[in-house]
Write a protein that binds this ligand. Structure first.
Ligand SMILES: [Zn+2]
Length: 154
């Protein structure tokens, strides 16, 4: 299955919506191979698994490396995620050598791909994925707002 960025983000948004059903913050991620085929997908599973590092991006990158066929390297791949990656996930995308990070909504409180930090394009690092922000951002933000509103019992 080959997806353009809009469609890949649509899939990530579906995964995000599923995560909230088991009580996790609605964040979803898809990794596309060099040819645009879906290599892996995941949703945030921190609450579900009790694993503080089970962010959608980390889970999707790990799963993608298992099928991509170049060891741990995801050269030529694209990480598509509904919310701007945190420091851990921005770091994981640099370490996995993805070519590109595409995200939906900005995260002014914790984003590490341009908002609070810019781990992904830090010139001191020798691998810097290209960043595309704001893809279907409003849909992602709406999902997150509704989730947090429900959590506060409003
Ligand atoms: Zn993260």
């Amino acid at each position: 299955m080959n997806l353009d960025l809009d469609a890949a983000m649509g899939r990530a948004l579906d995964l995000a919506a599923a995560a909230q059903e088991w009580g996790d913050t609605p964040i979803g991620a898809v990794v596309l191979g060099p040819d645009g085929a879906v290599l892996a997908e995941a949703a945030n599973e921190r609450e579900k698994t009790g694993d503080p590092t089970a962010h959608a991006e980390v889970l999707a990158l790990r799963a993608a490396a298992r099928v991509h066929g170049d060891g741990w390297r995801l050269t030529g791949c694209t990480l598509v995620v509904t919310l701007e990656p945190c420091t851990m996930c921005a770091g994981a995308s640099v370490l996995s050598r993805v070519d590109r990070v595409v995200y939906g909504a900005d995260d002014p409180k914790a984003g590490a791909a341009g908002s609070l930090w810019d781990v992904v394009r830090d010139r001191r690092l020798n691998h810097r994925p290209e960043v595309t922000a704001g893809v279907r951002a409003e849909e992602s933000a709406t999902l997150l707002r509704a989730f947090f509103r429900a959590q506060r019992g409003l």
